[in-house]
Design a protein around this ligand. Structure first.
Ligand SMILES: [Zn+2]
Length: 463
């Protein structure tokens, strides 16, 4: 008899129930049955992120039981449930070696730890295979869908306007603003004039910023404010929190705001990959050049005052999706985690700022000495060079720090980010993409080929 353990973990159980873990266990039990293994123990760690390296009691217990010879096999939903840090995986494999346990099964495939191939597979969950990113999005999708259909509150994010931070108690002052805006919008007022009205009256958004038409549009179109749960933009269920306006009003607002004839500012559609695309033929940055008719497009622009070659064009929509997917995938790669663990991500930028300032002071002093003829030009130049180098280095470190902090909470957690991506403002999306990606080299399009050709694009990663 093969005695199998099931190990399940959910990194964050914000919803307050155990949907995730229960599902992992069910799937693992089915898997063990298929393999003819007898499940003798179930180990569950909840609400703990393995990635953060905190202690997982059930995991520790399982290791002890493995060590004591109580187990012959381990079943997990996916290897990433077991470990997120390469170091942990190595420990696990060493232990399995020492007690001759070589059966590790995951719902996404069986891994035989006694073979070189098996170990390799265990080491690269998702590093190169697209499979893991599929699994992640499948897992996230399944979970999000279950929650949505149950009308549950979605986890994460800032406090929704109109509600307290528990996301269910109505904040009456803000609810009044929502009702008023909804009524005025349905009465023919434009989003823009509603925004300037709110600004004049000093009414801020949740973050304290001024209202933008996009923010107000998203708010008024949301099912949340009429007590409806959304999933991928569809209203799927009555929610567990109360509404502020009626579902009928939401339906009317949605119809009104999705009417294409209403869109007057069509030309200001934004471009996510500005400054991130380089022409493969001449090396210039591509710029936004919509086609006649408005379809968004990037181009290597030539002409008066432009230095491009005018030979490279690429349609924006699919390319942006492709690049975002690549970036999200990259965020989950072990290489990125390793790079960042070596980077001063949590480090205070003050040190570098201080370095810049003290170097500036030194440069000023040197200039003053030269001015007073206490040193000659050659000496001045020689003394300046290393200080200027220090300033340049410190600036680089500082900007790297700012860039990587954009990624806080997202590395190794791309499924969550993917689920929220569409709701993020463009500036935030751009910052995340630009933190990971230096640029993409855009090769020439093949004549006559109309579909999207990924081989044209060569990403150059920053991280
Ligand atoms: Zn070019």
């Amino acid at each position: 008899m093969v005695r199998a353990a099931i190990y399940a973990r959910i990194s964050s159980d914000r919803e307050g129930d155990q949907l995730g873990v229960r599902r992992q266990i069910e799937d693992c039990e089915r898997l063990a049955e298929q393999k003819g293994w007898q499940v003798t123990e179930r180990y569950v760690d909840d609400d703990v992120s393995a990635y953060s390296g905190r202690v997982r009691p059930a995991y520790r217990q399982m290791l002890a039981d493995l060590r004591d010879g109580h187990l012959d096999a381990v079943t997990v939903w996916h290897v990433d449930r077991l470990h997120r840090q390469p170091k942990e995986l190595e420990e696990f494999m060493e232990l399995c070696d020492s007690v001759a346990v070589s059966r590790l099964a995951s719902v996404s495939g069986v891994i035989d730890l006694s073979t070189h191939d098996g170990r390799f597979t265990a080491r690269i969950p998702g590093a190169v295979s697209k499979k893991e990113s599929d699994d992640k999005s499948r897992r996230a999708t399944r979970k999000h869908q279950e929650l949505a259909e149950a009308g549950k509150i979605a986890g994460g994010g800032t406090r929704p306007y109109g509600y307290e931070s528990d996301k269910r108690t109505v904040r009456e002052t803000e609810a009044a603003v929502i009702r008023e805006c909804a009524r005025q919008l349905l009465a023919g007022e434009s989003l823009r004039s509603l925004c300037s009205d709110l600004e004049e009256r000093g009414i801020p958004t949740v973050t304290g910023a001024a209202w933008k038409t996009q923010t107000l549009r998203r708010l008024l179109m949301s099912g949340r404010i009429s007590g409806q749960r959304e999933h991928h933009g569809e209203l799927v269920a009555a929610s567990e929190w109360p509404g502020i306006i009626t579902p009928t009003e939401t339906t009317r607002i949605r119809a009104l705001l999705s009417d294409p004839s209403r869109r007057t500012n069509r030309s200001v559609r934004r471009y996510l990959l500005v400054r991130l695309l380089r022409c493969g033929q001449c090396g210039e940055l591509l710029v936004s050049r919509p086609k006649e008719g408005g379809a968004r497009r990037y181009a290597c622009a030539s002409g008066p005052g432009l230095s491009g070659c005018g030979r490279t064009f690429v349609m924006a929509e699919t390319l942006e999706e492709f690049v975002v997917e690549a970036v999200l995938h990259r965020l989950d790669s072990p290489e990125l985690a390793t790079t960042l663990s070596g980077a001063p991500i949590g480090e205070d930028g003050d040190a570098w700022q201080g370095e810049i300032e003290s170097s500036q002071t030194q440069l000023d002093e040197l200039a003053a000495m030269y001015g007073r003829r206490e040193i000659g030009l050659t000496e001045w130049r020689a003394a300046r060079a290393p200080i200027e180098q220090r300033v340049t280095d410190a600036r680089k470190r500082l900007s790297r720090l700012t860039r990587t902090s954009v990624l806080d909470g997202h590395v190794g957690n791309a499924a969550d980010l993917r689920a929220r991506w569409a709701t993020l403002p463009l500036s935030r999306q751009h910052a995340i993409v630009a933190a990971v990606l230096d640029h993409v080299v855009v090769g020439p399009g093949r004549r006559g080929l109309n579909r999207f050709d990924p081989s044209r694009f060569q990403p150059v990663w920053r991280l």
